[in-house]
Design a protein around this ligand. Sequence first.
Ligand code: SRM
Ligand code: SF4
Length: 592
Amino acid sequence: MKRSILSTVVAIVTLSSTKAFVPAKLQRNAFQRNAATGTDIKVEKPTGTSFLPEETVERAKAGSPIEKNKLAKDPVNSWIDVYEYARKIREGEMTWEEVEKADLDCRLKYVGMLHRGKRTPGQFMMRLKVPNGIVNSDQMRFYADSVEKYGEGGVVDITTRANIQLRGVKIEDAPDIIDGLHARNQTSFQSALDSVRNMVGSPLAGIDDKELVDTRELCNALNDLVSLDPVTETRGNPQWANLPRKFNMAISGSRDDFAHTHINDIGLQPVAHAETGEMGFNVVLGGYMSIKRVAESIDSKMWIPADRNSVVSLCEAILRVFRDEGERKNRQKARLMWLVEEYGVDGFKEAIIKEVESYDRGVMIEDSQPAATGAFERRELLGVQPQKQEGLKRVGILVPTGRLSPVECRNLADLADKYSEGEIRLTVEQNVILPNVDEGKIDDLLAEGVLGGGSRLSATPGFIEGNVVSCTGAQFCPLALVETKSNAEKMAKKLESLVTVDRPIRIHWTGCPNSCGQVQAADIGIMGAPAKKEVDGKQMAVPGCKIFVGGRIGEDAHLAMEPIKTGIPLEDEYLIPELIAILKSEYGAVEK
Ligand code: SRM
Ligand code: SF4
């Protein structure tokens, strides 16, 4: 097993950092043009492929079309190409249609830019990295300023990985947005395609009276591991720029598991060591959702202490093995779970221990530890809730389906400046939390016009409306079978008016079987699917859905693998009665 040459450098960078929580260092632009040598990024950074062992490159050569694209021109080139394309388009030397097709559809994803060619030709979704889902008011206003010029399609989405996506972006504008993000300590680099995705942590980190681990520093450290070049200290880390597939990591900070560790490739679940009492993490592996397979994470039989060195080393080791040994031909079998199964859990554990030992950083991996027992109730994120700090509260605000207009972004930024020292936390439920609100100012906050009246944002939503999650759907996503966000928001309002429930009911929508909206984890999951209905005596194909019931999250997580209904037309007349019947039979709803 070959070790990458940068491992040692990364070790020095990660080990030398302080233990206290510090935000990732201010990032300089990854694109620093070398005046002497022109614009070839290869003189600035090695390629992603240069880190792969020969054997892996050979497999990639015979691999999927995406592997061949990555070999034909290394994805790290996109970090510079986007500037070149933008300049040429701005100067009238070319149009976006003339951008090399493999760049347009594939490599620009390494800048976080996904061409929405099917729905809005020439415009892109730009996905960011927001480690631990923490943003500030200045960043929120920057998002609004960046998309406003694109009119109706210029919106900002909070994603199911507590992340931000900017919509409508044109190539010629991308450099300014990327530079603006980097100046604000954020990036869009390595947020899509075969990259490590946004680091999910606890949205209550540092403010939680039941916290076991503060996930902020760990999420920042892992974000830096995968997307900060340890040599140039600029964004974009070639070492992890050619993975076999997407890779998800999540760190839970409490027994609530707000980070959803069970549906991530690596999930860290906080558990104290049974003998020493030291706080650490049980490591679960391989959770994912896709068209072909949906898998809950499995116990890796590993426990590590909850310190930065241990967490970074373990994740680096798993990533290294995954990068070099993962499947390169069949993308449906390339997620981590398949590699773990190939090794067997014990064999994989052995390989990871050996890899971590080779780093020589003094990290000890132990057997997984018994999880805490005793009653524990998963807590609420919406509304006014206690914090560990006396006199302060956290206030969870519903952002219906995670969609924010530029005006709503600015409204949130203003609220944050007024009540939470500019800080805004994003959740995987696509909502926000204002932390550290002075108890004495809660009434003022709740009385703010932007949280009431006709506003979409609310700190006191109903149990159904407040818990809707939705993927992007047909408005922008080329893979969608149906429209989701507008249907989800409308349908939740309707249900709220028709039934009473006595607890939050999580209804998730997803436009296709990729399940970005995580329908298998929902109380009720609605997945876009074909359906038929009778029109003038004839069966007509219409947009429809499958319905999943009974997914669970938290300590007792469980995925609902099979739909209980299929082929339901996505219209009130058909869907509402089905949902009301499920709400009544499974969740004790009473019709109004
Ligand atoms: Fe996803 C592909 C949107 C979370 C599983 N996902 C896509 C693409 C990129 C498809 C495309 O080319 O357009 C979608 C972009 C649409 C757009 O314009 O926004 C897309 N996924 C999303 C987001 C935005 C949904 C949302 O509205 O919140 C989420 C972005 C997260 C982020 O910030 O990085 C998103 N996607 C997820 C999740 C949930 C999670 O991570 O907890 C999953 C299931 C978990 C998983 O990955 O195992 C998920 N997305 C997929 C898959 C299936 C993966 C597989 O192994 O096959 C695809 C298709 C693929 O990768 O080939 C996909
Ligand atoms: Fe697009 Fe399907 Fe993901 Fe929804 S679930 S965002 S439709 S890929």
